[in-house]
Design a protein around this ligand. Sequence first.
Ligand code: MLT
Length: 250
Amino acid sequence: MSRRAGTLVLFHAFPLNARMWEPQLALAGSGWRILAPQLPGMDGGHEPPLESFDQLAADAEAWLDGLALDRPIIGGLSMGGYVTLELFRRAPARFAGMVLADTRADADSPEARKGRMAMLEALRTGGVAAVVDSMVPRLLSEETRTHRPAVVARVRELALASAPEAVAGAIRALMTRADSTPLLAQIACPTLVVVGEHDVITPPAVAEALRHAIPNAELETIQRAGHLSNLEQPAAFNDAMLRFLTQLGS
Ligand code: MLT
């Protein structure tokens, strides 16, 4: 077994599940312990759906307590980044480092909330498949959609495993989440911001604004990837993570 370098906690995106981090298990080969919590009701779980990111952060804190983890590096992709920032709001001292991948700090705009309402309606009438169909063109870059059918199939399979109640709960939590922008200046731990070059949901300009607002942040752009950069270009994503983690590992 490799020497233990530290622990990395990774929260997953919407409407996927913890299995989206499978390509990142390769980081275990460099001694990192990788923990990927499952958000409620995703991947066929029967837990009560997500109520709010505040509640989720409280649950995550209790989960960290249960594991008696000593200051892990905590991060997530997109919705997983919202969870990360909410956890930071509650418990900043728990972070040895932070990873914010393809995510943003601000709350939903009125326009985005309208989109969420439309998504709730699509879910009601067409089920999770309708939500997935509407999201895939924005989750993945055009190149991935055209040339990497296995990645498209994987993303669909992961998303379709989510229970409709879980998807509805997550949409409601997403549209009512707090603005975390005021927290950014308080993030003192080393932070890696990652973005897919073709991310249209949280574009590179949003990532650059995060890097600028967080005192000790660096930015890695993943070429030829869209929003789900860890799945679209896993090797480049892992290389970026390792460059960051190597600076932090004891
Ligand atoms: C995600 O990938 O988690 C979602 O796109 C987040 C969002 O819709 O705000």
